[in-house]
Design a protein around this ligand. Structure first.
Ligand SMILES: *Cc1c(COP(=O)(O)O)cnc(C)c1O
Length: 356
């Protein structure tokens, strides 16, 4: 039985998208490979509302997060964290010997733009890293307000982790002045895991040029230069099957219409929130709720692992809380190509299992 994965990645992939991956290989130095990459880039520029160049990496999203902070921090990075993925970004800096400071807020709360202003006003930093959507707590940070603050500081390279939201929530990269927006294939874009995507602005390019030790595989500037010189190719071999699937799925996404897609995610989120209010409580600050996943506080002390086992018997799976929030919270993801009916069916099944 195929399982419906209501976990925050990987999620279900449509069969017609999967089938794209069985097409015959092409050489990664062929003209066809260039055309494939160029086609993907043009479509992703639409999805992210940007004119910046698009870089693909055959890795999960974490690879580009590490590459971004390493390639583009010259002075010091300010990492803002409202959960596990923010903490991890800071760890990436530390373990790469990149100078950085970590600024945290309480779990379930959003990053406060005033705090960003205060930190940047010290003049100590030349890059900031922040999650658009923090998957461990269900927060969508007030990225518009943060962007307004960042715009005041001309030296700052603005890096945003939108791994669990890009393609499901509207993020206007150029309007917000985001220099590097990062996402993974296997979340809201509805593709299998294995590739990461980022935007790469002129400011980010100029900065990376001043950074001496950028590593090799995740050197964003090397990727960019190679892509420009070799007409949309990469220094190392990319996952051609995933690129076929991505090129095809981006057509689906654009055909659905971006606004329709974002609205569908909002509607699915609304449904889960209403259900959660009825039986439990939302874990997350209600002013900053994510449209791609909902984190619910386990106020009824149900056994979440047990609930999940029963759900799995019926071909569905949700996610337990992340890290310390395990059993204290649970997470329902509603991203990618799921429809309202899929969410309704999931919630109805949970109701039956829990005898609500
Ligand atoms: C899933 C996730 C990541 C890690 O992405 P991978 O593709 O698994 O490396 C990073 N940040 C956020 C917010 C995520 O949800």
């Amino acid at each position: 039985m195929t399982k419906k994965l209501f976990i925050p990645g990987p999620i279900d992939v449509r069969t017609d998208v999967l089938e794209q991956m069985t097409k015959p290989m092409i050489g990664h130095r062929s003209k066809d490979a260039s055309l494939l990459q160029e086609s993907i880039s043009k479509k992703l520029q639409q999805v992210f509302y940007t004119k910046s160049e698009i870089l693909l990496s055959t890795s999960s999203g974490s690879g580009l997060m590490e590459g971004a902070i390493r390639s583009c921090t010259s002075k010091k990075a300010a990492v803002f964290s409202c959960g596990a993925f923010g903490d991890r970004w800071h760890k990436m800096a530390v373990t790469n010997n990149v100078k950085s400071d970590l600024y945290k807020v309480e779990l379930g709360r959003a990053i406060d733009p005033q705090m960003v202003d205060k930190v940047l006003s010290t003049g100590d930093y030349d890059l900031i890293a922040v999650q658009h959507n923090e998957t461990s707590t269900g927060i969508t940070n007030p990225i518009d307000e943060i962007a307004d603050i960042v715009k005041k500081y001309k030296d700052i390279v603005f890096c945003v982790d939108a791994v669990s939201s890009a393609g499901g929530s509207k993020i206007e990269v150029d309007k917000l002045g985001i220099d590097i927006l990062i996402t993974s294939s296997h979340k809201a874009l509805g593709l299998p895991p294995g590739m990461a995507i980022c935007t790469f602005s002129q400011k980010a390019i100029d900065r990376a040029d001043q950074v001496e030790f950028r590593g090799t595989y995740f050197d964003l500037l090397a990727m960019y230069k190679y892509l420009k010189k070799k007409n949309y190719q990469y220094p190392s071999t990319p996952s051609i099957p995933l690129m076929y699937a991505m090129n095809y799925q981006l057509d689906n996404i654009l055909k659905e219409g971006l606004d329709n897609r974002f609205k569908r995610h909002e509607d699915m989120a609304q449904l889960v929130r209403t259900w959660a209010h009825k039986h439990f409580k939302l874990f997350t600050d209600e002013n900053h709720l994510s449209n791609t996943l909902t984190v619910i506080e386990n106020t009824q002390n149900i056994n979440i692992s047990q609930l999940n086992s029963k759900l799995m018997e019926q071909g569905m799976q949700i996610a337990n809380g992340y890290g310390d929030l395990k059993e204290k919270t649970f997470r329902i993801s509603h991203m990618g190509d799921y429809q309202i009916e899929d969410i309704q069916y999931l919630l109805k099944t949970i109701d039956q299992i829990l005898e609500f």
